[in-house]
Design a protein around this ligand. Structure first.
Ligand code: MF3
Ligand code: CO
Ligand code: CO
Length: 260
């Protein structure tokens, strides 16, 4: 495993790509309403990326993935395939995950949306998953390890009687979409050996389940759902390690840390 340390020139390109990815999520927010289809949301984002931003949607054709975003509703953990026949309904919680490529560098981010009025138990899961992301981010500084990040996330999820998905993780990111290291969100001992250094760039993207951790992949070979069909929530940022802590590349306008 080799973790690339990015040059200042690469960091600047990743900063630009990250901001563009964040802009896509800001742009799509008003469209995430009851009755909208996930296919139509994907089409709006695709057009915005390719025509307004001049970015390439990284997920499109990535290992055969057929769309420019992943849209994952309720029990879908990740990699939901946008579909004109799949319509959002009041009370849904939905994750939209976008990755753009600009000048060869990637920006990857996702957030939850509540569709209309949502039941308190669903809202609470989304909120705790968001806190998990921020608690993980706050661990990031030189000489901390990925174990510190994972431990903070898992503790908070389990304290709330939720579980952390094991099969999918965050990742290094740069000129490639998925680079080393794997950023696990549960406290695996081997993470103690991954020491953070300035210039590393990676995502943190915990998937937190309302019920048990196991997941399964549906027959389309992409859609990941909770095995017990209870809800799942995920939030994702791309960030770099700085001399003093971290810099988030995918921060949205007026976004503030969400901590318990
Ligand atoms: N954006 C996802 C991530 O956070 C990856 C999606 S890959 C796809 O890493 F092929 F499913 F689109
Ligand atoms: Co993503
Ligand atoms: Co990612």
């Amino acid at each position: 495993m080799t973790i690339k340390i990015k040059t200042p020139e690469e960091i600047e390109k990743l900063r630009v790509a990250g901001k563009l990815a964040a802009d896509v999520l800001e742009m799509i927010a008003p469209y995430v309403i009851p009755g909208a289809s996930t296919g139509e949301l994907n089409a709006i984002m695709h057009k915005y990326m390719t025509e307004e931003q001049g970015t390439i949607p990284a997920t499109l054709n990535y290992h055969g993935f057929p769309a420019s975003s992943c849209i994952s509703i309720n029990q879908v953990v990740c990699h939901g395939i946008p579909d004109d026949k799949k319509t959002l309904k009041k009370g849904d919680i939905v994750n939209i995950d976008v990755t753009v490529i600009k000048e060869g560098y990637h920006g990857d981010t996702s957030r939850m949306f509540e569709v209309g009025e949502v039941k308190p138990f669903a809202s609470r899961l989304s909120k705790v998953a968001h806190e998990c992301l921020w608690l993980g981010i706050e661990q990031v500084k030189p000489n901390a390890t990925l174990y510190d990040v994972a431990y903070a996330i898992q503790q908070h999820a389990e304290k709330n009687n939720y579980s952390v998905v094991r099969e999918y993780c965050g990742h290094g990111i740069g000129s490639e979409f998925h680079e080393d290291p794997q950023v696990l969100h549960y406290a695996a001992p081997e993470l103690k050996d991954i020491v953070l250094k300035p210039g590393m760039v990676f995502t943190i993207e915990p998937m937190i389940n309302q019920g048990k951790a196991p997941v399964k992949v549906l027959g389309d070979n992409w859609t990941v759902v909770t095995k017990d069909r209870k809800l799942s929530a995920q939030w994702e940022h791309t960030l770099t390690v700085t001399e003093t802590g971290y810099e988030i590349f995918t921060l949205r306008t007026n976004e503030k840390p969400v901590l318990p």
